[in-house]
Design a binder for this molecule. Structure first.
Ligand code: ZN
Ligand code: ZN
Length: 181
């Protein structure tokens, strides 16, 4: 097991909370977004502020973390590639089990655990963000995408049209007709 760095922005120290079940603590903090938070087409820019609003609650088995994260998103429209930027909020809840309450199968089940008094919010935040993001972000719900012929963004030019393309089989015939003129 790799040990947690208590100075890492997303590592919380629960010592002040104590271990008496029912004991609670509210924590608000703003941390810089870790790298690669999100999906390829839509992500929280690395280093941008992530505002966390957390409630830590000691329960019998560990510490229950309930909270929300607010951040900005940047990405591009899946249809027209227009840059998108948006604010969003995700909610999450996770039980971090005390080391001595872990059972051997916990590792397989990917149970979140405390390491002494420390807990790492980063995996929780990553999962919550990825689950909340649309797989195909759009600049607007009915984005018409790009023109298949010239790549123009159709939302900027709704009446966009091209001359009907000449069927290549007729192109030779058109030349013949021109020669007759
Ligand atoms: Zn679009
Ligand atoms: Zn076009």
């Amino acid at each position: 097991m790799s040990s947690l760095d208590p100075r890492a922005p997303l590592v919380l120290d629960t010592r002040e909370l104590g271990r008496r079940p029912g004991s609670q603590r509210e924590v608000t903090l703003t941390v810089p977004a870790p790298a690669d938070l999100g999906i390829e087409v839509l992500r929280v820019p690395e280093g941008s502020p992530v505002a966390l609003d957390l409630r830590l609650e000691a329960v019998m088995e560990g510490v229950l973390v309930t909270g929300s994260a607010q951040a900005v998103l940047q990405g591009e429209c899946a249809r027209c590639l227009e840059p998108i930027s948006d604010e969003f909020e995700v909610r999450f809840q996770e039980l971090f089990v005390y080391e001595e309450h872990q059972t051997p199968h916990d590792e397989d089940d990917e149970v979140s655990t405390l390491e002494k008094d420390l807990l790492d919010l980063e995996p929780l935040l990553r999962d919550a963000v990825v689950l909340a993001l649309p797989f195909q972000p759009l600049c607007m719900d009915d984005c018409p995408g790009l023109c298949p012929e010239c790549g123009a963004r159709l939302a900027d030019d709704p009446d966009h049209a091209h001359e009907a393309a000449i069927d290549p089989r007729w192109a030779g015939l058109a030349e013949l007709t021109n020669e007759d003129d």
